[in-house]
Design a protein around this ligand. Sequence first.
Ligand SMILES: O=C(O)CCC(=O)C(=O)O
Length: 334
Amino acid sequence: MNILSKTPSFTRQVFCTINQQIRFLSQNKTAVSNNRQQSELRFTLPNGNLSKEQRQEYEKNGFLVIRNLVKAKTLDHFRERFQQVCVGIVKVPGMTVMKDVAIAKSEFADGEKAITKIQDFTLDDELFKYCCEPEIVKYVENFTGPNIMAMHTMLINKPPDPGTQSSRHPLHQDLYYFPFRPADRIVCAWTAMETINRENGCLVVIPGSHTGELEVHEYPKWKGGVNKMYHGIQKFDPNQKMVHLHMETGDTVFFHPLLIHGSGTNRSSRFRKAISCHYADSACEYIECKDGVQDFISKEVTDIFRKKTGLQDAQFEDVWRIKSRLVKGERINL
Ligand SMILES: O=C(O)CCC(=O)C(=O)O
């Protein structure tokens, strides 16, 4: 049993924060004592495979693109598996299937064309292979350390926009959805399964935004409708520099969970596919998300989970305990 589960929430949060500080300091001990410049690198770990330049780039921008990291053949395998999931040949326990708000109303869309995203495929051994791809994990270790959990997985099938602009994904920070910390030991790997550019709705990021706070998120008031769970940041400076990430098949971007990002309208006539996994150091701690910026999302997700599973006492962290899976090393807290 988790010894913190009976502790009042304030004490629990203080305890977690102290724990996180101790862990952060111990992970960086060598760098702190040996090299002043390295100790200033907060978002990457000294024991990884990144070059000094790559570490500096991630520290500054909050993201790092590695070209041609995953083989096209490997991605084809995930594409086929996705198609089998869509037509119901493969059933994955705990997986969420999402439909675009505009397409969901159409009687004509079927199979792959009806599905805009699958989420939480960790219990499917074939799709889980993405999370374990050695080339990806080698990079992930630079952010999480050696004990790696796959916390959140998605295969995004962005549909051609039906004219509603509902295929857009509003600007958001992924940490908003996560009840575990510290944020710096969490990283997303997002791989393009085909050429992704401004025409078919590439990722757009605000470089450096990972150094900011977790912002208030809410459903955007878009005329064409908004997809379920697509909360966004409403207050941001429209003059901030934004970068559109043009990617080719297999290119992978690693990004920090506070990085503000979203994706554009798919103006092409084809579905646009990407696959992603959020990884975390298994020594991260669950936190209380009530009465704060994450209150709304934690209630929304927990309610859906309770309805789906019938587990009326389930808490937000239980949703995450169930769907996460160890990739490498030891499962410590998560
Ligand atoms: O692939 C995309 O369109 C963006 C996905 C994304 O940012 C998310 O689902 O959190």
